[in-house]
Design a protein around this ligand. Structure first.
Ligand code: C2G
Length: 137
């Protein structure tokens, strides 16, 4: 059993997330996803639109995801890797090099980000739409 793990906020679930999870899952037999809690996102300086419980439910509905766990600190990765007997740690390449220190206990893989989509860009587009709606009312 080859276990893969990845971490993220996964706000406004989009094709970039699907592409990452699909490729991560293909690296093993089981994919664990650690989802940033709302409180942890505050420390990351991220404001999420979709509450944690809903982000968990959306990921649990994804065919590529076998287990969802909370991510509440930056430092839990090493413990997660050992407690879940993780073989491969995966992140998008916007994190290139940031988790190489974990390579003593598992393989560390960075996958190309999907171009031209992000939760941030989606939020900006939603804001523009809402403003436009207001101007017509
Ligand atoms: N991602 C991607 N392509 C995109 C957008 C995101 O491949 N267009 C990947 C990111 O590289 C990341 C994962 O999808 O691997 C989740 O992205 P975010 O929800 O933005 O996660 P982030 O805020 O980077 O949190 O401890 C690690 C952090 O929790 C990562």
């Amino acid at each position: 059993m080859t276990t893969v793990i990845t971490y993220g906020t996964f706000d406004l679930f989009h094709i970039g997330h699907v592409n990452l999870l699909k490729r991560a899952r293909a690296l093993g037999d089981r994919l664990i996803v650690a989802v940033s809690t709302d409180e942890f996102n505050q420390t990351k300086g991220k404001v999420t639109l979709v509450p944690y419980e809903q982000r968990v439910a959306i990921l649990e509905a994804c065919r590529y995801v076998d287990l969802v766990i909370p991510e509440s600190t930056w430092d839990q990765k090493r413990l997660n890797i050992t407690e879940h007997a993780v073989d491969t740690f995966v992140m998008g390449d916007d994190w290139q090099g940031k988790f190489d220190h974990l390579s003593d206990i598992c393989q560390v893989v960075y996958l190309d980000r999907t171009k031209d989509i992000s939760s941030t860009a989606m939020k900006q587009a939603i804001n523009v739409f809402v403003q436009m709606q207001k101007s017509f009312l």
